[in-house]
Ligand binder design. Sequence first.
Ligand code: 3PG
Ligand code: MG
Length: 395
Amino acid sequence: MAKKTIEDVNVAGKTVLMRVDFNVPLDDQQQITDDRRIRMALPSIESVLKRGGKLILMSHLGRPEGTGFEEAYSLKPVAKRLGELLGQDVTIASDVVGDDAKSKAQTLNDGQVLVLENLRFYKGEKKGDAEFAKQLAEMADIYCNDAFGTCHRTDASMVAVPEAMNGKPKVVGFLVDKEIQYLSDTIANPERPFVAILGGAKVSDKISVIENLLGICDKVLIGGAMAYTFAMAKGGQIGKSLVEKDKIDLATQLMQKGGEKLVLPVDTHCADDFSPNANKQVVAAGQIPDGFEGLDIGPKTAEMYAQILKDAKTVVWNGPMGVFEMPPFDEGTKAVAQAIADSDATSIIGGGDSAAAIEQLGFADRVTHVSTGGGASLAMLEGQKFAAVELLDEK
Ligand code: 3PG
Ligand code: MG
């Protein structure tokens, strides 16, 4: 059930309303610290502009109050960066459905681009308000969703706006198309062995992903702090490691369901304090001394995981193996990233921390796909269907 893409519609002389996810990280000087989400939307943006379409871009940024303009959440730095990347002027409206946006939208010429201010300056966005959606829908002839990072949301710009554009073309952009191809289609029909490697702090965040992937993968490797909840469920000693005591039963059930498919660490790199100067030691999994906490998988686990990844034909990775930002507890994550980069497998990296790790290590070009979605990529790995995508036109 492939969706029509922006390439399938004639945009010349038409106005395209494109929902993008320009929710990029900013420092306290309002400087963009990672512009990947902007760069990844360029193919769709350029496709419209080159073919003589008029382009209106809409996005949220952060979580403002919803009571009007807030400088800290303005899309101005994003519009500026987009202009640099495109090498052309990018106009920004000071509102979304106000007079400035409406007049700027009406005077757009073919091949020009307008960025609306942050959608979440209006309560109607999060509420999915029909009146707010109608005003946006009236601005354009074509709707395009290229906001993969937001596809798990049902905000107005994702659902109510395309619904209000009845009879007009509603398509996906190239980024959403590609994300679905890897995070859904490839996974549904993987070349085997298919290995998933999951890290991060909490079992509770990853339960549905683990459950879904246990049903389709050949191996699911576990790292990160959630390994300590599993270790505790097995009756191990976990010292003062981060655990979710209320998830012990669940961890036990997942181990029963997974059997040999679910692979847990065999050793742990731990420390007596959450600091680079702490006393550190490597111990067998489930033998963390009192006063110590696990901060990374140990070297034996890293070696074992690297071996399993080496033989895989499809790999999905979501979540770091340890405290990646505090060396030496980045070693497990580095070893796993290296093994994935070295393998010939189709490799799919979930968004958020694992995407950041792959980028920082300079391996982004050596994996098949790095997702721009955090929550959205997890939801897709859980096997969820997205309303914001379902309602778009079929090929
Ligand atoms: C994200 O970064 O997770 C997306 O942009 C969605 O943002 P949200 O979690 O605030 O809805
Ligand atoms: Mg989020």
